[in-house]
Structures are given as C-alpha cells and as structure tokens.
Design a binder for this molecule. Structure first.
Ligand code: DAH
Length: 431
C-alpha cells in the first residue's frame, strides 16, 4: 500500500456501492472506512489484557475527563479501549515542534496572510461529541456505514469520539461564527498498516458568504462559492507543496453539493489532498442562516505531513523517542525525516474459522490492544470457504518496534496472547 491512501476522507467515493440491510443503495466511503458490515455486533467485553498502564484521567483543554466516563466495561454500546482513551488529551496538533503542529501553523499562516477578514481558529474543542453533532447535523444518513460500532468509537448510544472535524460545523454556525478553521484529533476503528492509525488529525475550514459578496460578481451564489473555494485551496496547496500540478475530482459528501476532491501530482503519483464543497443549504438553515452560501473543506494532517516530511510510518507521530522528536523545529515545514534505524520485522501468521459476526476492524482492535504500536501491519493473506460453508481467514501480523529489536520470546508471547484473546472475544475457531 502506498502512503497516498492514508486516511482518505470518509463519505466520498460514490464508485463503491453497498446494499444496506433494507435494500437501499448507499453511497460509499473511502479507504479508512473499509468495512462492509453495518451495525455489526460489538466485541464482547472480556477482561482486558493491557500493555499500557491504565490512565485514570486525561485533560482536554483544561477539562479533566475521567476514564470511567469514557471507557465503560459494563456498557454493551461502549467500544472505547484504554489505548484510545490514553490518546484523548495528547493534542499533537498543539505542539509547535511536532510535524502535525508545524503543518497546522503553516496552514494558519496561509489563511492569516491571504485573508483580511481573518478565519477564527478552534483547536481545543472536545473530541467527545454527540451522535447528533457527528452525524445528524451534517446530514449523514441513518444507515451510513460510518455510524456502525465497527467503524466508530461509541461512549454510549448518543455519544461518540468524533470521526471527523465536520462534527463542529453546525454548532459553531449556531453560535454565530462564519469563518473558521477547526483542528483536532479524530478517531476511527480501522485496519493496521503504515498509513492507518485509530487516531489522527484533521482540519476543517468553513466560510459563509452574504448577498453583498456575490451580488457584485453577478454570479450564481453556489458558483461564486465554488470558485472562491477552489481559488483558496489551490493557493493553499501551492503554499505547502510549491508549484505542483493539481486537478479537481467531482465526488460526493452528504454535507456539500457540489463536492470535490483536490489532488496534486507529487512524486509521480496523484495524491488526494482534501475533500470540500459548497455546504448544503439545509445545514445553513438549521443553524439559523437564511440567504447565505458557504464553502467547507476537510483535510487530514497526517496524510500531508507524511508526504511533506518524508515520514514513512504513521506510528512515528506518536513516538517520544528523541531521535524522532529532535528532528523537527518550530516553523520548519518540510524538513526531511532521517530514519534512524530499521529494526527487523517479525512475521506471525494466525488462521481461524470466522463466524458471521467477524470483522477485520474487531480483529485489529484485539491486536492493537495486545501489541500496541509494536503491531506494524495486519494483512489477510489467505481466505477460503470449505464444502461445509465454513470460511477460514489467515492473517499475517508484522511485529516491529521503531525503537529497538524485539526478542523471539517477546513476540511469541504477544502472538500467543493474540491467539487466546481472538478466540475468546471474536467467537472464532483457531485452526
Ligand atoms: N469530513 C470529511 C471526512 O472526514 C472531510 C470533508 C469533506 C470535510 C468535505 C468537509 C467537506 O468540510 O466539505 O471524510
């Protein structure tokens, strides 16, 4: 997999069509929402085996959140593991010497120097949001796959860890903000490889226009907004990447119409940079804005930072190893990361007969729960169905530390824990 697939925008890519349980066609989603099961049964809670010390509370922008408010072992709708809870207060985007923070600041600089009417900045909004904010307010259909327990972390039936920064659009509009950038950590249950991690960072941009803005141009308001949006984002791409070739691709998002993706030609490949579009009128009306148009965009910071800083593995963003952190300085966009080591990988295969309830995201969550960031990749390498109709999956797990060599004993121990827990939690039969 190339790094260009890193956390693609969700909700887009109308090319993959799924049938929902009630038979209606659903629009699809991009690579980071790669599951096919809607409302899949959740992981049964079994006593957790932890590689991490349990964090009992985190601080999000001065507010203390207790573990028990977010990780609820006895609630069947809760699927937040401790490893995810411990990420809640980390806010990599607020660290000026971290690649994610450096990139955020470079985007801020672009907006500050190109727009006299400044964009307000929000980067401290809590990632714990209601399902209304995350889905309903931005018109995500009731049966969209992103609402499933397989794809999203639920605290309880009405509360999730936001899976995109679009979750804040409507609330900020209602509070009277009309030009803003929202940056934050977002959470998605996902596969394991060098470009996917269950926590990453997004920035949302939003800009509202009034009749006086478009009247003078004589243009149709939607066209006016779309042109302004494209001009703004082409400028941003040049600010970050220099004079690159770009193209606009029509796409679909529930919250915008028309919707586009911007791609740039970088290192001999087309790289999707962001999703954007002209905001659906319903969103503006529901937020009390009549007779306005608006544009919005959302971009994934890891995806761009991996390219701009040459960072080969998404786990590195979370490393506190000085050999990583000391390579980046405030304001230094695009310094190339020098890999300091390549410790040997260790491959382990596991095969089992799956049940109907099996999903790959659930399997990956078990692996991450045991191996944490030592799990580099989980790949389906064989799959077949026997005459009795039983389906077998064989996964290859790649264990590798970015900081040291793993011992055989350590890896065998991890693998044996994975085998135990997969059998207990996922209702599969080991082969
Ligand atoms: N929320 C989208 C995602 O995570 C990204 C996005 C696309 C945001 C288009 C927007 C937008 O504001 O207009 O996939």
């Amino acid at each position: 997999m190339t790094i260009f697939s890193v956390h693609s925008t969700i909700f887009s890519r109308a090319s993959v069509v799924l049938l929902s349980s009630n038979g209606f066609k659903r629009f699809s989603f991009a690579s980071s929402f790669s599951s096919t099961a809607v409302y899949s049964p959740r992981l049964p809670k079994v006593k957790k085996q932890r590689r991490y010390p349990i964090v009992s509370a985190v601080d999000i922008g001065g507010v203390t959140i207790a573990r028990n408010d977010v990780v609820k072992d006895d609630d069947p709708t809760n699927n937040v593991p401790d490893s995810i809870f411990s990420k809640l207060g980390m806010q990599l985007h607020r660290r000026d010497k971290h690649p994610i923070g450096i990139l955020k600041n470079a985007i801020y600089n672009y907006f500050d120097s190109n727009y006299a009417k400044k964009f307000e900045k929000f980067e401290d909004l809590s990632p714990i949001v209601t399902t209304k904010q995350n889905f309903d307010d931005v018109l995500v259909p009731a049966d969209h796959v992103s609402r499933s327990l397989n794809d999203t972390y639920y605290v309880d039936p009405q509360t999730v860890l936001r899976c995109h920064t679009s979750a804040h659009q409507a609330e900020l509009l209602r509070k009277g903000h009309s030009r803003f950038l929202v940056t934050g950590d977002v959470y998605r249950r996902d596969s394991i490889d060098s470009t996917h991690y269950p926590v990453f960072h997004q920035m949302e941009g939003f800009c509202v226009f009034s009749p006086e803005d478009w009247n003078e141009s004589g243009m149709d308001p939607t066209l006016y907004a779309a042109e302004d949006l494209k001009k703004c984002l082409e400028g941003l791409a040049r600010h970050l990447f220099g004079s690159v070739e770009m193209r606009w691709v029509d796409t679909y998002f529930p919250f915008t119409n028309p919707s586009f993706e911007l791609e740039i030609y970088f290192k001999e490949d087309w790289l999707e940079v962001l999703g954007c579009g002209v905001t659906e009128q319903v969103i503006l009306k529901q937020s009390g804005l009549e007779n306005k148009v608006a544009w919005a965009f959302g971009l994934g910071l890891e995806r761009l930072a991996m390219v701009l800083f040459d960072i080969p593995d998404i786990r590195l963003f979370w490393s506190s190893d000085e050999r990583f952190t000391a390579q980046f300085g405030k304001g230094e966009l695009g310094v190339k990361f020098k890999p300091y080591s390549k410790y040997p990988p260790c491959y382990k295969d596991i095969s089992f007969w799956i049940s109907d309830a099996f999903t790959e995201n659930n399997f990956c969550e078990v692996v991450r729960g045991i191996a944490g960031d030592l799990a580099e990749e989980v790949k389906l390498i064989d799959k077949f169905t026997n005459k009795k109709g039983m389906t077998s999956h064989c996964y290859r797990i790649v264990f590798r530390s970015m900081e040291r060599s793993l011992t055989d004993e350590e890896v065998n121990d991890l693998q044996s824990k994975v085998r135990d827990e997969v059998e207990k939690k996922l209702n599969v039969e080991l082969r």
